[in-house]
Design a protein around this ligand. Structure first.
Ligand code: FAD
Ligand code: FMN
Ligand code: SF4
Length: 711
């Protein structure tokens, strides 16, 4: 355990003292109206400032809006009519106790508004090579239309920047910075990363120019240096200028490297920058988005940040799935001076406040699901799978008020839906009893930790909060109408999860065909799902007995590790259903040296996953050798194989794939059986989570919030 002493200590950027080391990195909220900052935008940043974050950086704000803008919903900085919104933002953030930094950008080759308006996009030179769009095969037409909304579906055209264009760009950055300063902002960040205009000049992979802006590192950095100087001239000494750079570019030969970034950072420092913010980018914005700019690995950019830190004297800001413990470690080790925590502060606006008051266990964790940023692809405002307050701070705060009448609330099911209901209801003053037939809390989400380790933090947080709020948890308790009635509840919330069915094809009931519940029972040793136990082989039962005896099956980390050595699952596995669960299981099994085939009846894999995660999951599964078959309709299962046909096949044409084990990951349906019985018995009943509508963790958290705040 750490007291986060360094993370919570003050430090300076230029002349500005920050009360602690935690920064909110730029994240597009898309609440602006034709570039004008709205109240929703102010409320979002003010809430993070009030939560203790030392400095908030706005989402990318277009210096020459609408030119060089990526959406009409981002802040504009190109005209004095944007000043009142900026002032309101500065006032809101200051009232919350934080400092305001505005991110300045020209989006270059990603300026969709230019395309929509029929203008060419400003670039060093037309982008070399062709974008690999193959990931989009798993996007239905509605999503593809959403992806094209900012450009209105118009294809990009390009204009290679002339010297005059670059002079104009530089002056636009300087004017924008002056407006931020005039509006009461405390700093600006020049966006030199993520494939936008300045970063395409910096990258030798993109910048093929032969004039003074191309070739050597000094030349490629010239635009950045000129922008920094021009901004400094306008804002004067003492007004902090941050610069965001790519520590590397993933997926392209000859792209930016950490050593190059360190050299660029030195040039930026010499030109007058006060801090360097080390992010990263991936060239394929679909398949590789989870490498950069939104990394999936905790501390993924750590080494490249340390490289930059060694090269400069000005403060360095780290970013990239930084959990507080990792952030403290990096600060203590001198690898950086400040840390940006983005999604973690979308999930919990009070992160810093909770750290400072010894409530580490109460910080709602980000589960790295990419639901938030998916909305940006559609030009929409992010929402957070675990935090329904995002985008709606004051309204949701008002909902979690003390209950007018204290009721006895019985919650059935200890998955995310049940635990979130219990947490909020107890927090509001209700007496809450939570029943689960299993021997642990977490529900199906407990099982999901095996394939998706980030979910473990949510299980832990909900378990911690349920206990802290005094919920009476009764495990190993199967709820029936009789047992619930005996508790004399005022209201019952049914959160019993989905029903996982079987496949109604010949052979669908063979012993090696396992439903999701049977898989869960087999791997975790938790057989509370009932019917699963009947068909187990002697070997399966032995596996469970050993697991239970050693109690290893209660530690997801141990299970993840031990399952690499042994699992009661054969060499050849067919998974029917390529949704979220099917894809996650496929990767899990393939990593454990199983030969896996996924048969998805629909045309797209991984649909319930937010797009960036889906693209990455499909790429990873393929990378592990998983065979992914779309539009595959299973016709028969035998003891050794699964037979299927794909849409469009010739009559009679089918394929058989070898299978020692078959896992049914489709056939997941809502199940209100218990709720219906309880209602028939005259009880007041609400249903949350998958029991009502299969909506995964996000659905469970949102329905729980809606029900628990209304009790
Ligand atoms: C391998 C795998 C990976 C997954 N990964 C993800 C992911 O990354 N992201 C995501 O969003 N979703 C994921 N999911 C799905 C997610 O776990 C579920 O959608 C989510 O847990 C549903 O929450 P819930 O609260 O509605 O129900 P559940 O989590 O299913 O909980 C229901 C609980 O009710 C209990 N119960 C049922 N009947 C009774 C009864 N009569 N009496 C007492 N207790 C009862 C059960 O024991 C269980 O604990 C994954 C699922 C699997 C199988
Ligand atoms: C919804 C969302 C929008 C983002 N928009 C921007 C942006 O406008 N400018 C930018 O530089 N980075 C943007 N990012 C990247 C973040 O600043 C940050 O670098 C990234 O989320 C990694 O940090 P994290 O793992 O702590 O979230 C965005 C991230 C998210 C989640
Ligand atoms: S939506 Fe998912 S990735 Fe985004 S902040 Fe929330 S939990 Fe994290």
């Amino acid at each position: 355990m750490t007291d986060f002493a360094t993370l919570l200590s003050p430090a300076t950027i230029g002349a500005l003292t920050l009360p602690n080391r935690v920064i909110l990195p730029a994240m597009d909220m898309n609440h602006c109206d034709e570039g004008v900052i709205t109240a929703a935008e102010v409320e979002h940043y003010a809430a993070r400032a009030a939560g203790g974050c030392a400095m908030v950086i706005t989402g990318a704000s277009a210096v020459s809006w609408p030119l060089g803008a990526t959406t009409r919903k981002q802040p504009g900085l190109s005209d004095d009519r944007f000043l009142p919104g900026l002032r309101a933002l500065a006032d809101g953030v200051h009232a919350g106790g934080g400092l305001l930094c505005v991110q300045l950008v020209h989006h270059g080759k990603v300026a969709s508004v230019d395309s929509a308006d029929g203008r060419p996009q400003l670039v060093p030179n037309p982008p070399p090579g062709h974008m690999d769009l193959s990931s989009l095969v798993d996007n239905p037409i509605e999503e593809l239309m959403g992806l094209a909304s900012a450009s209105q579906g118009k294809p990009a055209t390009y204009r290679s920047a002339t010297a005059d264009d670059l002079l104009w760009v530089t002056s636009q950055f300087a004017d924008a910075a002056a407006r931020v300063q005039a509006a009461g902002g405390d700093a600006v960040e020049i966006h030199g990363a993520h494939g936008y205009l300045i970063s395409t000049f910096l990258s030798a992979a993109y910048n093929l120019r032969t004039d003074g802006y191309g070739g050597s590192l000094e030349n490629r950095s010239r635009l950045l240096v000129e922008v920094i100087r021009a901004v400094r001239d306008r804002v004067g000494v003492g007004f902090p200028i941050l610069v965001r750079l790519n520590g590397c570019e993933y997926g392209i030969d000859g792209g930016i490297t950490p050593d190059e970034t360190a050299a660029t950072a030195q040039l930026a420092e010499a030109a007058g920058a006060d801090a360097i913010h080390v992010s990263a980018n991936a060239v394929n914005p679909f398949r590789d988005f989870t490498l950069g700019p939104l990394p999936a690995e905790v501390g993924q950019y750590r080494a490249m940040t340390a490289t930059v830190k060694r090269a400069v004297g000005i403060p360095v800001i780290a970013v990239g799935r930084l959990l507080p413990e990792v952030a403290e470690e990096m600060l203590v080790a001198g690898e950086c001076d400040f840390v940006s925590m983005g999604r973690q502060q979308l999930a919990d606006a009070e992160l810093v406040h909770k750290l400072a008051t010894g409530q580490r266990g109460s910080i709602r964790p980000c589960i790295n699901c990419y639901v938030c940023v998916e909305q940006n692809f559609f030009e929409a405002a992010p929402r957070c799978a675990v935090n329904p307050s995002l985008g709606n701070e004051s309204a949701t705060a008002a909902q979690i008020r003390p209950a007018t009448t204290r009721q006895h609330v019985v919650v059935v099911g200890g998955g995310p839906g049940g635990m979130e209901t219990a947490r909020i209801a107890a927090q509001r003053g209700h007496r809450v009893t939570l029943l689960d037939r299993s021997d642990r809390l977490g529900g199906t989400m407990w099982f999901s930790q095996l394939t998706t380790p980030a979910n473990e933090q949510l299980v832990e947080w909900l378990t911690h909060e349920v206990a802290r709020n005094g919920v009476d948890v009764r495990l190993g308790t199967s709820a029936t109408v009789q047992s619930i009635s005996a508790l004399q509840p005022d209201v019952v919330v049914v959160a019993t999860g989905a029903k996982r069915g079987r496949l109604t094809v010949p052979g669908g009931d063979l012993g090696h065909v396992r439903s999701g519940d049977e898989m869960r029972a087999l791997i975790t040793g938790d057989s509370s799902g009932g019917e699963a136990t009947g068909k187990r082989s002697l070997l399966d039962r032995a596996a469970l007995a050993v697991g239970r005896t050693l109690r290893i099956t209660k530690s997801p980390e141990t299970m993840r590790s031990l399952s690499r050595r042994w699992m009661p699952i054969g060499k050849h596995v067919v998974i029917v259903g390529g949704g979220l669960v099917g894809l996650e299981l496929a990767e899990f099994l393939a990593e454990r040296e199983r030969t896996v085939t996924v048969l998805e009846p629909g045309p797209h894999m991984g649909l319930p996953m937010a797009m960036p995660r889906r693209w990455a999951a499909v790429a990873r599964a393929s990378g592990h050798g998983v065979t992914l078959v779309r539009t595959a309709h299973v016709s028969e299962i035998t003891v050794a194989a699964v037979r299927y046909t794909v849409s469009g096949a010739e009559p009679g044409e089918s394929t058989a794939v070898e299978a020692d084990d078959v896992i049914i990951a489709s056939e997941v349906h809502s199940d209100t059986t218990l709720a219906d019985q309880l209602r028939a018995a005259g009880l007041t009943v609400h249903v949350v989570g998958d029991a009502g509508t299969v909506g995964y963790i996000e659905g469970a958290m949102y329905t729980a919030h809606a029900v628990a705040t209304a009790l």
